[in-house]
Design a protein around this ligand. Structure first.
Ligand code: AMP
Length: 426
């Protein structure tokens, strides 16, 4: 039997992890600058939480959750991060401690979708949730933060789409208008959309099926039905984005057909790198009704989630970072023993060291140093040992010199420091 990973679930091996670390570090650095703090919630939650917060008539809940029973409880692997965070926010009564909370998370999510490029059954999301601020100032700030994030990552020309779906009244009015528009066209819709038409007409706008897209092309716009307070929120959001110079398009078809979504919705797409059809990097929006619907008080909230695999695909054009570490190549048993101590001294000084103790030829060790993209290679042979020196090769600068053993730690630290200065963003 050949064991293979579960379909749609990927291994991330050490040669790929550097890109992940870089992406995650950039995410943390940017969101922490906006005072978001990390929360970690469990991967398993009660199924009911997702049904309640994501909604019964969504694809995720209808057919994509990994759900199982254990001691008569129905549990599900989290398909996204907002529900667990909101549950934790309510459970720990965070609203009673502080009026505004800014949380972020990053971790694996699970959905039983048909796997393809950019769509997996285990995938990683990073996201932010901002509780207690009704916006729209923080809405504009959040969208602009994401644009800054993609620019920092070197992903050019992301498309930001925004919309407002108003509050519950606007949505009820829109639901009626949309149903009146779609009922006579029901025959043109996909079977799936037709079946869900009465239960959730707004979802038809979300459908990727070309028949549905054609049918809703001239549908009424929710923006025309916004009552004054929602309209004011929307106008101020746009003024905020305009003042920041954040590029965006208004997309009236961008909706989320659930009761606690309200007002601001946004999406960020890209079409660079190896991204295929799955080019939505971020989905986000305001969900002012959710905390209450989970048994908490009336606390407005806004958040977003982004798919890390897709962002890495979008970044696939960028050059990998140079490796800043030292490869230690001892020749002969005596040198190997001396190298053990030298490696430890270097590591104590904060230097990353790869010690090759296999006893191979110098040529083969140098090949290995090159292949691992080491910046510095230290060669320690018998003649060096006798003279009390080490040969220091700077593999990027193609220079070499002998350094007295006692001065090696300082010389390597210095060489790596100056290398890091010139390689930032490389
Ligand atoms: P959603 O939670 O569906 O709004 O998705 C937010 C983001 O997560 C999307 O824009 C994608 O970047 C990512 N995403 C969602 N589902 C998947 C999946 N099955 N595989 C990979 N990334 C996903």
């Amino acid at each position: 039997m050949n064991y293979r990973a579960v379909k749609g679930m990927n291994d991330i091996l050490p040669d790929e992890i550097e890109r992940w670390h870089q992406l995650e570090a950039t995410f943390r650095q940017i969101v922490e600058r906006y005072r978001y703090a990390e929360t970690r919630t469990p991967i398993l939650e009660h199924t009911e939480l997702f049904v309640r917060s994501i909604g019964e008539t969504t694809d995720v809940v209808e057919k994509e959750m990994f759900t199982f029973e254990r001691s008569k409880e129905s549990l599900s692997m989290r398909p996204e991060g907002t529900a667990g965070a909101a549950r934790a926010y309510v459970e720990h009564k965070v609203h009673a401690r502080e009026p505004v909370s800014r949380w972020y998370y990053a971790g694996p999510m699970f959905r039983a979708e048909r796997p393809q490029r950019g769509r997996y059954r285990q995938f990683y999301q990073a996201g932010c949730e901002l509780y207690g601020d009704p916006g729209p100032v923080c809405d504009a700030e959040m969208i602009d933060m994401l644009v800054a994030f993609f620019s920092e990552l070197g992903i050019p020309e992301v498309q930001v789409r925004v919309n407002s779906i108003g509050g519950p009244d606007a949505r009820a009015a829109y639901r009626t208008a949309l149903l009146e528009f779609l009922r006579p066209r029901a025959g043109e819709l996909s079977e799936h959309a037709r079946a869900r038409l009465e239960a959730n007409p707004l979802r038809v706008l979300d459908s990727k099926d070309p028949r549905d897209q054609a049918a809703v092309a001239d549908a009424p716009s929710i923006l025309d039905l916004l009552p004054p307070a929602d309209r004011q929120h929307w106008d101020q959001l746009r003024r905020g984005l305009d003042a920041l110079g954040t590029p965006y398009e208004v997309q009236p078809g961008l909706v989320r057909g659930l009761d606690y979504y309200s007002r601001t919705l946004f999406e960020i797409n890209a079409s660079t790198g190896e991204l295929g059809a799955q080019n939505t990097l971020v989905g986000g929006g305001r969900y002012d009704g959710m905390i209450r619907s989970l048994g908490g008080p009336d606390v407005p909230a806004i958040g977003f989630a982004m798919g890390l695999e897709r962002i890495l695909l979008a970044m696939s054009d960028s050059t990998p970072q140079a490796s800043r570490f030292c490869f230690l190549a001892p020749i002969g048993e005596q040198a190997q023993t001396a190298a053990l101590k030298l490696a430890r001294d270097l590591r104590s000084a904060g230097v990353t060291v790869d010690l090759d103790g296999r006893g191979n030829s110098l040529k083969s060790m140098l090949r290995r140093a090159d292949a691992t993209r080491a910046r510095i290679c230290l060669v320690l042979g018998e003649s060096e040992l006798e003279q009390g020196v080490v040969q220091l090769k700077d593999l990027a600068a193609h220079e070499q010199r002998n350094v007295p053993l006692a001065a090696v730690v300082a010389a390597v630290s210095e060489a790596l420091r100056s290398a890091s200065g010139s390689e930032v963003g490389a």
